[in-house]
Design a protein around this ligand. Structure first.
Ligand code: NAD
Length: 355
């Protein structure tokens, strides 16, 4: 395994650009931050106050031979030209999500990485979220039996943040901002199952030009229905995850991973009808405690530092990259299909990435 420290340049030293430095690069001896470039002089001043070298221009950063890897952390509409410039300069690239404004843009980026024989990948950091890994582990280990329904939700109540995310021209809206994470997770959990259909509705609850929430229902092969929802007008929290299998149900309430698995241990032949509003029901009567068991969520040990270490290992030819071009093509096409579904109020059933 190579021990050579990898020189990194960050383009776009705003919210996530500075977090990449403070949270990960600074803590990983395998990387060295050579410097940053941002079009806002005040962001360069902040970088310098933090002891970070500020380049004079994007070209100045790309000309630095010490830099092997460029992290692009600008608004979405300028990912493409920066990625192309960086790869044509021979740099490997980690681009922020959503990688591109369209499938055509993404294809151009992938073609450029192949032409220049450089690694091109995207910071789909939420693949390293603990809650996501717990769901994945519980399903893979068969704790719930055959899984039929997955619901994955993130909810806020303050609309879209007041910067570029509100505007279409910059790639704003919640499908591109949060949808890209939830869809990426859905693709991983669905695994080899074919995507049969999707149906989407978009919310404009706060009256802006971009979707401030959405709901998408995926139907995968093998009877898996998978709902992703993002809302920014929500004042009562729903669980982050709800997963229903034949033999068990999993709930994760929030990012602190408060939740449990409840499993059937025997049939509940004695179930008695309960009063249900104006009627009676046996079907919907809760189970008796003697017929179920409560299990803790599986223990998982994950850190998003592994994403950066994998990128480095992929660049050195030691590992395959975790976030692949095929996965990015799938999630980007799915987002385009979601917009089409919402605009036409129709179910989409054809997907190029599966042909
Ligand atoms: N992976 C995640 O969890 C995560 C979290 C937040 C943001 N993001 C993504 O990161 C990117 C940036 O988001 P943010 O919240 O940091 O935005 P931000 O507005 O806080 O920062 C963006 C920075 O890019 C700079 N910039 C704009 N155009 C530029 C250009 N052409 N060249 C150089 N610098 C330029 C801006 O001046 C600003 O400082 C977006 O793609 C966003 O979706 C990802």
């Amino acid at each position: 395994m190579s021990t050579k420290v990898m020189g990194v340049g960050i383009i776009g030293y705003g919210g996530i650009g500075s977090l990449h430095h403070k949270k990960w690069l600074k803590t990983l001896p395998q990387f060295k931050l050579c410097g940053v470039w941002d079009i806002k002089p005040e962001r360069l001043e902040i970088a310098e106050q933090e002891g970070i070298h500020a380049y004079k221009s994007e070209a100045d950063l790309l000309a630095d031979k010490e830099i092997e890897l460029v992290i692009i952390a600008t608004p979405n509409d300028v990912h493409l030209p920066i990625a192309i410039n960086a790869m044509n300069a021979g740099k490997h690239v980690v681009c922020e999500k959503p990688v591109a404004m369209s499938l055509d843009e993404l294809k151009e980026m992938i073609a450029c990485s192949r032409k220049n024989k450089v690694i091109f990948t995207v910071d789909q950091n939420r693949r390293w979220d603990k809650d996501f890994r717990m769901v994945k582990t519980a399903i893979e280990n068969g704790y719930l039996g055959k899984v039929y329904n997955i619901e994955s939700r993130v909810y806020g109540s303050r609309g879209i943040p007041g910067d570029w995310r509100k505007y279409k021209a910059h790639g704003g809206g919640m499908v591109l901002d949060w949808g890209v994470h939830l869809i990426d997770q859905a693709i991983i959990i669905a695994g080899n199952r074919k995507l049969l259909s999707l149906y989407t509705t978009l919310d404009y609850a706060h009256g802006g030009e971009c979707d401030d929430g959405f709901s998408v229902c995926f139907k995968f092969e093998d009877d898996l229905t998978y709902l992703c929802e993002v809302r920014t007008n929500n004042y009562i929290q729903m669980p982050r995850w709800y997963v229903a299998g034949k033999d068990g149900t999993l709930v994760i309430k929030d990012w602190s991973c408060d939740g449990e698995i409840v499993r059937k241990v025997k049939e509940d032949a004695e179930a008695k009808p309960i009063a249900a509003s104006s009627g009676m029901t046996k079907t919907m009567a809760p189970r008796t405690e003697a017929t179920i068991e409560h299990l803790p969520l599986p223990d998982v040990d994950v850190t998003v530092a592994d994403f950066f270490l994998n990128v480095r290992a992929a660049i050195r030819g030691e590992e395959k990259q975790n976030i692949t071009a095929e996965q990015l093509l799938a999630s980007t096409e799915i987002m385009e299909a979601m917009f089409r579904s919402a605009e036409t109020n129709s179910v989409i059933t054809e997907f190029e990435f599966q042909k």
